[in-house]
Design a protein around this ligand. Structure first.
Ligand SMILES: CC(C)(COP(=O)(O)OP(=O)(O)OC[C@H]1O[C@@H](n2cnc3c(N)ncnc32)[C@H](O)[C@@H]1OP(=O)(O)O)[C@@H](O)C(=O)NCCC(=O)NCCS
Length: 192
């Protein structure tokens, strides 16, 4: 079982409109409600849910990761409603390179309000202030430019296009790779 110590506790991260917190079994209905939407699942590597039990299985999988101290995701709770409207977190972490990848998804009825930009900024802050991460990556399908806009707004730099990098839902897709380095973050904070 992989445990770097970095992810032994996933603290609550609070932003203006959101609370990023560990998922709980009671979040299954909220996650199912947006996770059953094929448009939400179109450019991610999971399939749209067909039953609430699939959302429960996802939460159980996360609870195991929290317990094992493995890279994991926060639930994104909307302060105004108390509803879980998405997730964001670490897809993997490489100790030797101090590198990690972040991924996220959001309920369609909450798109284009700046929510994921707010959440990703909080995760970037946490990654560089509290964890020994040196390089944080994110990637999105070329056909999903809204996700690239989120990365750019959070100060991530586009590094290039990875051709046919993923086989997703029956087709090979090109992917844009973004990253932010610790030194980028430090110089950005210094100039604020
Ligand atoms: C991608 C996603 C996370 C964006 O979240 P969000 O909260 O809507 O993002 P924000 O509101 O912070 O920013 C979205 C930006 O994309 C832009 N945008 C939206 N649709 C776009 C499109 N078709 N083309 C280009 N830009 C687009 C918005 O204008 C906004 O940029 P702006 O603030 O400069 O105007 C959300 O759409 C989502 O969860 N999609 C489904 C799952 C997914 O694709 N996850 C990412 C996998 S890599």
């Amino acid at each position: 079982m992989f445990s770097s110590g970095l992810f032994d506790h996933m603290p609550v991260l609070e932003t203006e409109r959101l609370v990023l917190r560990r998922l709980e079994m009671g979040d299954a209905q909220d996650i199912y409600d947006y996770g059953k939407d094929p448009l939400v699942a179109k450019h991610v590597l999971w399939d749209a849910y067909t039953s609430v039990s699939e959302a429960r299985a996802y939460i159980k999988y996360m609870l195991r990761k929290y317990r094992a101290g493995e890279p994991s995701s926060w639930g994104i709770e909307e302060k105004a409603t108390g509803r879980i409207i998405g997730t964001i977190g670490y897809m993997w972490y490489q100790k030797d390179n101090n590198a990690a990848e972040v991924g996220y998804s959001l309920s369609r009825d909450r798109w284009n309000r700046g929510y994921m930009t707010e959440a990703l900024k909080a995760v970037i802050d946490y990654s560089f202030r509290d964890l020994a991460i040196n390089r944080l990556e994110a990637q999105h399908e070329v056909e999903n430019p809204a996700s690239g806009a989120v990365m750019a707004k959070c100060g991530m730099a586009k590094e290039g296009t990875l051709r046919s990098r993923l086989y997703n839902k029956g087709r090979y897709v090109d992917v844009e790779l973004y990253s932010i380095l610790r030194k980028d973050y430090i110089s950005k904070v210094k100039h604020k």
